[in-house]
Design a protein around this ligand. Sequence first.
Ligand SMILES: *Cc1c(COP(=O)(O)O)cnc(C)c1O
Length: 429
Amino acid sequence: MEFQYEESGLVWMDPEVSTAIEMELDRERENVNLIASENYSSMAVLEAQGSVMTNKYAEGYPGRRYYSGCGPVDMVENLALGRARELFGCEHVNVQPHAGSQANMAVYMTALELGETMMAMDLRCGGHLTHGATFNFSGMLYRTVHYGLDRETERLDYDRIADIAAREKPRLIVAGASAYPRSIDFAAFREIADSVGAALMVDMAHFGGLVVGGVHPDPVPYSDFVTGTTHKTMRGPRGGFILCREAYGPRVDAAVFPGMQGGPLMHAIAAKAVCFKEAMSPEFKEYQERIVANCRALCDKMASEGFRIVTGGTDTHLFLVDLRPTGITGREAQDVLESVGINVNKNEVPYDETPPTVTGGIRIGTPAITTRGMQPVDMEDIGRMIVTALKNMDDESALNSIRSEVKELIGSFPLYGGETESSRIDPRD
Ligand SMILES: *Cc1c(COP(=O)(O)O)cnc(C)c1O
C-alpha cells in the first residue's frame, strides 16, 4: 500500500512539510539502517498513529476520565493494557508515557523522594541520559551513583555492583542500557537490590522486543518496575510504557497523570495497541530470532576482518566496534558510512578517552534491516561494504562503487511498498 498524500490534503495544505515527509520516505527506503534504536513500524501502526484519535482529550484512565466522549479512546487504551499484560506477563501496565524518558521519570517519582539515591549504569559505559546524567532531570533531581563495566571483560561485574550498592545504599537500582551488547543477569540484580533493600527497575527500552521473542532474559519476574519503548525492537510507534507489580500500580499511574503529563496521546496509544497485537504473533518471535542471528553474523564478519568488537561479540540486537586501534574516529566512520548510504551511530566504547562528540567507536544494530527482510547471508555483503568503506575513506572511486552496491542491495528489500515492480519481489520468499 502506498502513502496517499494527495488524498490526505497535506500536499495542498502544506507542500513544504509534505516534501520533507516524501524526502524522509525516500531516505528510509534508500539507506541501510544500522542504527540500533530505530525501526520501521507497519502501515497499520502508521495508520493508527495518524488517526483522528489525536483530536481527543482523555486526561485520566479508562472509565475515570476528566472529559466526556471517551468511549472509543477507552476501548483502545483497554486493548493496549490487556495486550501488554498478556504479552509481558506482568501485573500492572501504564501505556501513557509519551516516550521512554517519561516512563523512567514516572518510576523515579514513584520510587524516590527528591534528592534520594539511585544507582544506574554510567552514560559513558552505555547507560542512558535518564540514568542520572548531570545535565538530565534524573541527575538534577536525584543523587545518582553509577556503576561501569569491568575494564578487562567490558561486561557488567556483579560483585563490584554489589560493593557499590552496599557502600552507597541506593533506594532504587536501575539495570538496562542503550549500548550494552550482552544480555543482563536480572536475578543477580535482584539479589543486589534485596541485599540493600532497594527497589529494582529494569529499563528495557532497547531489548523489549527481544524479551517478547524469547531471545533475551525476561526482567519481569525479577523487577519491581520495568520501563520500555514501543519504537525500538518492539517496532511500533514512538512511545513509552511501564510494567510494575500491582502494589505500585496506583502510584505509578498517579505519577504519569497528573504527576508529570496532561492529556495522553490517544493516537499513539491506539498505535501502541496495534504494536502489541503484532508482537503477539508467531512471526514476531521469528523476527526477533532473526534480528539476533543477523547481529551475530554481521558481528562475526566485522571481527573476521580484524575489527575489535567490544566484549568480543554480542548476545543481542547490537554490537560495538572499537575503532581506536584503526586510528579512525567514530565520527569519521559515521560520516563516511552515511556518504555511501549506510547509517550507523558513533558511540563511546567502555573507558573511551575520545571526546563524546567524536568517540572511538560505532554502534551497529540489526532491528531495522531485519524488518526489511534481510537474512544472515546478507550480512556478509553488508559487512564487506562497511569494511571496504572504512578501509578506503579517501578513495572516491572505491566509495562510489560501494555506493552503487548499497543501492542495488537495498533495492531488493522494498520498504512501504517500494517503488519498482522488481523490487517488490524478494527472491528469498
Ligand atoms: C531509548 C532509551 C530510552 C528512552 O528514550 P526516549 O527517546 O525518551 O524514548 C530510555 N532508556 C534507554 C536505556 C534507552 O536506550
